[in-house]
Design a binder for this molecule. Structure first.
Ligand SMILES: Nc1ncnc2c1ncn2[C@@H]1O[C@H](COP(=O)(O)OP(=O)(O)OP(=O)(O)O)[C@@H](O)[C@H]1O
Ligand SMILES: [Mg+2]
Length: 218
């Protein structure tokens, strides 16, 4: 129903972490999730298959010509599809962006994260031109330290370059690193709340329609 792609040409910005938190929050609500891992490192798919105990339909897709058809196939089967990409400009990233309902661009507090986010923003816009539709996209701040000068500077540069950001930020927290070993998405505490808020914000943007059912049922 909603295809959400994690993309930035910057490596290590938090794509897989944002994906893990969204998957965790939606899984805790009981909805079905499909995951497409386009990264040759397979961080997300290996984590899901070998470390996490969540039962998720995961496909490693390393032939870029298959990304769009696999994503659409998964989208017919599941409530949400997450696509994780590698931290580099590639045809795979372009296809993963081109079939997305929403692209999330993780940004940590560094100038190179900002530079690559701006490049990714341009990639999303040209993928949108190719697809003949606007592809919604937002920065998600990750490893974020609030009330610092660097945070202010980074946000200013992102805004100045015409990029919108999600209100929800994933703060610099050890919980995000721990989950890579434990396989467990936090169920309480700040990290859990930030993951849930991020999903709610995505829903408020008009994605994840199953959240209506959830809101009505609860
Ligand atoms: N909010 C956070 N707080 C603390 N550590 C974080 C946070 N977000 C990400 N990290 C850490 O930063 C590192 C890079 O994150 P991640 O693997 O999600 O990035 P990526 O964009 O998927 O990288 P790649 O381009 O290599 O796929 C990881 O060690 C992760 O645990
Ligand atoms: Mg990754």
């Amino acid at each position: 129903m909603s295809i959400i792609t994690m993309a930035t040409t910057k490596g290590g910005a938090g794509k897989t972490t944002v994906a893990q938190m969204i998957i965790g929050a939606v899984h805790q609500l009981g909805y079905s999730i499909g995951v497409i891992d386009c990264d040759a490192n397979c961080s997300l798919s290996n984590w899901l298959n070998e470390i996490s105990d969540m039962a998720i339909d995961v496909q490693k897709v390393h032939d870029e010509s298959k990304i769009v058809s696999e994503a659409r196939k998964m989208n017919r089967k599941h409530d949400m599809v997450i696509i994780d990409t590698a931290g580099a400009q590639s045809q795979a990233t372009l296809f993963a962006i081109g079939c997305a309902d929403l692209v999330l661009i993780p940004v940590q507090l560094s100038n190179s994260d900002v530079i690559e986010a701006i490049k990714t923003h341009k990639l999303v816009e040209s993928a949108g031109e190719l697809a003949g539709r606007e592809i919604p996209h937002r920065v998600v701040y990750t490893d974020y330290t609030p009330k610092t000068n660097i945070a202010k500077q980074v946000r200013k540069k992102i805004r100045k370059n015409g990029l919108d950001a999600m209100d929800t930020r994933l703060h610099h927290l050890v919980a995000y690193k721990e989950l890579t070993f434990t396989g467990k998405i936090p169920k309480k505490g700040t990290a859990a709340a930030q993951g849930q808020l991020l999903v709610q914000e995505v829903f408020q943007m008009g994605h994840l329609p199953f959240m209506y059912e959830y809101a009505q049922a609860s």
